[in-house]
Design a protein. Structure first.
Length: 312
């Protein structure tokens, strides 16, 4: 594997899950693999888990991570081809990516969508520009349309906590005051479609994810019906895809409560807004596995970096 930019870069999800569990048992086993290799982490947006767990993963492989907050700290980067750069951007991605490639053996990028320009977001302008102009492997740390490190984490976590061969997994939309990206929900959906699970999505009308992502997965607009007999409830807000980037529903009845969760496990990528997305009683109970889920971010990232280093 050269790059890890989408969940489709996983050839066999079950073998990846087993490999990640092995790394979790013995995280320092491959400390020599990354010796004298540099991982550059570039953040266009905020992060807690991705920023720390990906550095931790690199350190576990003996790599040297270097981090930059691109927005704010670096020169404004121009992505347009042939642009007359007499505006706010001082440096073109062609130079920026080529220069960073000389300092780093692997580059990891976080770049959220605009949520105003669907075509631009779906073209993955920032991620694909790094892929095109960098000369080293690229890792997606959440792009406009996908968060494959999170989805691999989620697959590992479900595998660890499942009590039956084919658990029922529900992806439930939840309310939020802001317009949020589709990336987490998209990649989670794609990961569940690759796993042996009974997977359904529940969201209000007007909130269906891209048909290209949903495919044959059932979408149920009645949350109560969808949650019936669930083993895992994966909760996430996303803005409307149809009315692109808009908040068209803030109905608090979509919040996950103790009553709704029943015997299921509660999952969320974090950060999560308490008593908006999910009530305290769920997060503060044994139903919630969000902390254990976040721990698996390290081993998902470590597996991805290991595969890239082995291929280099
Ligand atoms: N990386 C995990 C989620 C990141 C982002 N959440 C957020 O922006 C939450 C912001 C807030 O709650 O104000 C998202 O939904 O894609
Ligand atoms: N889940 C996740 O990606 O968290 P951060 O945004 O804090 O990195």
């Amino acid at each position: 594997m050269k790059h890890y930019t989408s969940i489709h870069d996983i050839d066999d999800i079950n073998s990846w899950i087993e490999d990640a569990k092995a790394l979790k048992k013995d995280p320092l086993k491959h400390l020599e693999l990354g010796r004298n290799k540099t991982l550059g982490l570039l953040f266009f947006n905020s992060s807690l888990r991705t920023r720390l767990s990906t550095q931790k993963a690199a350190l576990n492989l003996g790599m040297n991570p270097i981090v930059m907050n691109v927005s704010g700290d670096a020169w404004g980067i121009e992505f347009g081809d042939g642009t007359v750069m007499n505006g706010n951007t001082a440096e073109h991605i062609k130079e920026a990516a080529a220069v960073i490639s000389q300092y780093c053996d692997v580059i990891a990028v976080r770049a959220f969508p605009t949520l105003t320009d669907k075509a631009k977001d779906e073209s993955e302008e920032v991620l694909n520009a790094f892929k095109k102009y960098a000369s080293v492997p690229l890792v997606n740390m959440e792009s406009a349309t996908g968060h494959p490190l999170q989805a691999l984490t989620d697959a590992i976590t479900i595998s660890e906590y499942k009590k039956k061969d084919r658990p029922k997994v529900v992806l439930s939309w939840a309310p939020h005051i802001k317009a949020l990206p589709h990336a987490v929900a998209n990649s989670f959906t794609q990961a569940m479609q690759k796993m042996d699970v009974d997977f359904v999505i529940t969201n209000p009308k007007g909130y269906n994810l891209s048909p290209d992502i949903v495919g044959d997965t059932p979408v149920i607009h009645n949350q109560e019906e969808a949650l019936k007999d669930a083993d895992f409830v994966y909760v996430k807000n996303w803005s409307s895809y149809e009315d692109y980037g808009k908040v068209v529903n803030t109905d608090p009845n979509w919040m996950i409560t103790k009553e709704k969760i029943g015997d299921a496990k509660f999952m969320h990528c974090l950060p999560v807004r308490r008593n908006v997305i999910v009530e305290d009683a769920v997060l503060d109970s044994d139903s919630s596995i969000v902390i254990q889920q976040a721990n698996n971010r390290t081993y998902a990232a470590q597996l991805v970096l290991k595969k890239i280093l082995e291929n280099a």
